[in-house]
Ligand binder design. Structure first.
Ligand code: HEM
Length: 437
């Protein structure tokens, strides 16, 4: 690999069932109260619980993010979705604080045998050059379909390093503090190796699926001499313009998902960006959990039981103790029956714990793969979160949820991986240059 230059590499590598159709509503089989009692019993018994931005420019100008009175985005903005860009260069990599794009492809790779720090540096220079070009609407070198690059659609590509990469390049000392593989969560994890840890991540996000596919193809082409593809996981959230600008999206269970998140610079600095010192200053750590949803049994709940499970209303995401989405939950309030209004084992309560809210940045995506032969949906969440320290922020939260979250009855983690997301770079530099340069 040692003599492979970026330009050499580019030129040589071109290489409802009919029976149900008349029904209006499924008959609920669980009520809120039976759910609560069942949960409490299981938790007391100690068993696994029953059963929890970047600036945007269009043609050189800042696009409007103001909602119209009808809740739709401005027409000129809708027309320009395809040409909108997110700046690539900067202190932090794009694709973390960037408002979520509609489409994501998470591509993971393992370094090929013999790839050392020098070769990895070459790969990262190539990838950085590709990303800088494609995210600004210009084709990557050697792009045989350059017209496709003219539609960046808020494209971001975020590079991450898996835990084993530091050993493989002989730099175990450079592994950022707080960055490690996750411990096992045996109460909930049913992990499949095909979605497991990898050396390198390219998180490709854009508002247009063709842009994502084209970017993925370009990057796979330039990566394959250095690394083999481990997996690609594709996800999506609501398309831009399908709801009021700035509104919190809903997941495929129907819940408003993403309400409590860092909102301003000081929260990002405190919770998301690594404070340093050292080469990782301004980086972050990503946890990806592929979480399957058992939507068949979820559909059997009545709405009140669904709301109890999370602690928020389905209608607008408000806490059960409030009326607006962003009302502060009252964790001590009781209802008319004397039960806690937000249940002991509600997702919201356990995710929050005793700590302040928010504690991590969540950027969840949905996935929807081919149903099995029985017609059961293969639906779930690509739960992506970012924090300054996996060890002190994510792990305690996941432990609490694994031990008692009511939602565990309907969700199962089947994939898990962590990545250190290096800081951003400036023109002339490359992603990871602080580690390898
Ligand atoms: C399929 C899996 C999951 C679903 C469907 C889900 C759904 C939700 C929903 C609907 C909310 C309430 C609204 C909001 O603040 O966004 C929420 C909150 C939250 N979730 Fe999850 N979640 C899932 C997995 C996880 C995991 C794995 C974690 C972390 C280990 C987590 C951490 C949180 C946190 C920190 C909050 C905010 C709690 C607060 O402070 O109010 N969630 N989730």
């Amino acid at each position: 690999m040692g003599d492979l230059s970026p330009s050499d590499h580019r030129t040589t590598s071109a290489q409802t069932s009919p029976i149900d159709s008349g029904r209006t509503l499924a008959q609920p089989r669980y009520s809120r109260r039976s759910l609560l009692f069942a949960s409490a019993a299981a938790a007391v018994g100690g068993a696994a619980a029953v059963a929890v931005g970047g600036g945007i420019t269009v043609a050189g100008r800042q696009i409007s993010t103001a909602a119209t009175t009808t809740g739709n985005i401005e027409q000129d903005e809708a027309d320009s979705v395809g040409t909108a860009t997110v700046p690539f260069y900067g202190t932090h990599q794009a694709g973390v604080s960037t408002p979520a794009q509609a489409q994501v492809a998470l591509c993971a790779f393992d370094l090929r045998h013999g790839i050392d720090g020098i070769a990895l540096g070459k790969l990262l220079r190539i990838v950085t050059d590709d990303i800088a070009r494609i995210t600004s609407g210009r084709p990557a070198l050697g792009d045989t379909a350059p017209e496709l690059a003219a539609t960046p659609a808020r494209l971001t590509v975020t590079v991450g390093f898996g835990p084993a990469l530091f050993d493989k390049i002989g730099r175990p000392d450079a592994r950022p503090s707080g960055f490690a593989d996750l411990p096992a969560f045996p109460e909930i994890d049913r992990l499949e190796d095909r979605y497991g840890a990898a050396d390198l991540l390219l998180q490709i996000c854009a508002d247009d699926p063709v842009t994502v596919a084209h970017t993925q193809r370009m990057l796979l082409k330039d990566t394959r001499a250095f690394a083999s593809t481990r997996w690609v996981q594709r996800g999506f959230v609501r398309a831009r313009g399908s709801g009021p600008v700035g509104s919190t999206p809903r997941n495929v269970m129907g819940q408003v998902d993403g309400t409590v998140n860092p909102a301003d610079q000081s929260e990002f600095d405190q919770l998301v960006w690594h404070p340093g010192p050292g080469w990782f200053t301004g980086g972050t750590m990503m946890v990806l959990r592929r979480i399957r949803m058992d939507v068949n049994s979820w559909d059997a709940l009545d709405r009140s039981a669904m709301e109890t499970t999370v602690g928020r209303r389905l209608s607008n995401g408000a806490p059960l103790t409030g009326s607006d989405e962003h009302d502060e939950p009252d964790l001590r309030a009781t209802d008319a029956t004397g039960l806690l209004a937000i249940a002991d084992f509600a997702h919201l309560r356990l995710a929050r714990g005793e700590g302040p809210a928010p504690q991590i940045l969540r950027r969840p995506n949905n996935y929807d793969d081919s149903p099995g032969a029985d017609g059961d949906s293969d639906l779930g969440q690509l739960f992506c979160c970012y924090q300054a320290s996996i060890a002190s922020q994510f792990v305690p939260m996941q432990r609490r949820l694994a031990a008692g979250d009511l939602l565990n009855q309907w969700i199962t983690p089947i994939g898990s991986a962590v990545f250190a997301i290096p800081p951003g770079c400036e023109p002339g530099g490359y992603i990871g240059d602080g580690l390898l340069g």
